[in-house]
Design a binder for this molecule. Structure first.
Ligand SMILES: [Zn+2]
Length: 161
């Protein structure tokens, strides 16, 4: 009897099914079958593995935790503070946009601590800074940042995870 191929960590039944289905739909030479089994096996095996972040980038903190109520964390290095933009440009030479793109974050991902930007805009109003000069006021932060299902406005669809 021919030696049976030992599968490790994969459901043999599943592989067999896929192979059988493939062979019945395609003209496969007998000598191609081992290769076929191999590649099916490998593919199935790789399915179980967690998706890796793009490239070799590894965030210093999980992206979801990079925004907290009163602080934002730089996922490049783990720096924590109220405003990320300045840190990004001085430390990493990145603009906020580059940073977001680099990490696949939505374009409305906060770079300023939510509470801080609230305070800031409140303060700005108090001081009457509202008169039309050129200002670097933070973008109107929606008071409920939702990193889960941001709707990127750009034409590019940002992929989360
Ligand atoms: Zn940093």
């Amino acid at each position: 009897m021919a030696a049976e191929i030992k599968y490790q960590g994969v459901y043999p039944g599943l592989v067999t099914k896929i192979i059988a289905s493939y062979v019945s739909h395609h003209n496969v030479a007998p000598e191609q079958i081992p290769d076929l089994i191999n590649s099916v096996h490998r593919t199935i095996n790789s399915l179980g593995k967690p998706a890796e972040p793009q490239g070799e980038l590894t965030p210093a903190v999980p992206l979801r935790r990079s925004v907290q109520r009163d602080a934002v964390i730089c996922v490049e290095c783990g720096w924590k503070g109220k405003m990320l933009r300045r840190h990004l440009s001085t430390r990493h030479g990145l603009t906020g946009e580059q940073y977001l793109k680099r990490w696949g974050l939505a374009s409305d991902h906060p770079l300023t601590a939510p509470t801080y930007s609230e305070q800031r805009s409140a303060l700005a109003k108090e001081l009457g800074l509202g008169r039309g000069g050129r200002q670097t006021a933070p973008p109107p932060a929606s008071d409920a940042p939702r990193p889960r299902r941001g709707r990127p406005r750009g034409s590019r669809t940002a992929r989360a995870g």
